[in-house]
Design a protein around this ligand. Structure first.
Ligand code: URA
Length: 186
């Protein structure tokens, strides 16, 4: 039997696989275009996302929207999700067991979307998806290829909020992402 997007959403809504389910207000399923060739993966919902049940609705969402617009993309043209679907209290990094418990959902999302491009937003996502020793400051903007998919990483919008000098590097990475997408849609 093959799961549908609705099935995944229902599983996430009822999930109690890790302790984050006891402290979350709302789980945050990925959102965006189910036909998109690009999947953006960040680490975990923040406080505002937890309240609304939607990814990137807070201040980091504004940065993400600027980065997308700056390379001719928008939320309707991508799919955005997180490694863990529930907000870690105090915005701490998700723990290993929380990432493991949630990973099957990301696998199902990837299976259904079949993205040609995966963009990890920040260290936590890049270390889970690309390589455990991934160094975001040195390796953002580099590409690796797995099966039919190109993977890269860019600074997390929250890192840009903390250090706005990272914005330029992130915008350059997003321009390359848009170029790759144009290449793949020829
Ligand atoms: N930060 C994340 O990593 N994910 C969100 O959805 C929002 C903020």
């Amino acid at each position: 039997m093959q799961y549908t997007w609705d099935d995944i959403e229902q599983h996430i809504a009822a999930c109690t696989c890790c302790p984050l389910s006891r402290t979350r207000h709302l789980p945050v399923m990925g959102r965006g275009n189910y036909q998109a060739g690009i999947m953006l993966v960040a680490e975990a919902p923040g406080g505002q996302e937890d309240q609304q049940g939607l990814p990137f609705v807070g201040r980091s969402g504004e940065i993400l929207d600027r980065l997308l617009r700056g390379c001719g993309l928008d939320r309707e043209g991508v799919y955005i999700t997180n490694i863990v679907k529930c907000h870690p209290p105090g915005n701490r990094d998700p723990k290993e067991e929380e990432k493991e418990a949630c990973f099957p959902y990301l696998k199902y999302e990837t299976f259904l979307l079949k993205p040609r491009i995966i963009v990890c937003l920040g260290r936590v996502a890049a270390q889970r998806i690309i390589a455990p020793d991934f160094k975001i400051t040195k390796q953002h903007g580099t590409w690796i290829y797995r099966k039919n998919c190109a993977l890269t990483a860019a600074y997390h919008p929250s890192a840009i909020l903390r250090d706005p000098s990272k914005y330029g590097a992130a915008q350059e990475d997003f321009l390359e992402i848009a170029k790759k997408q144009a290449e793949y849609s020829q």
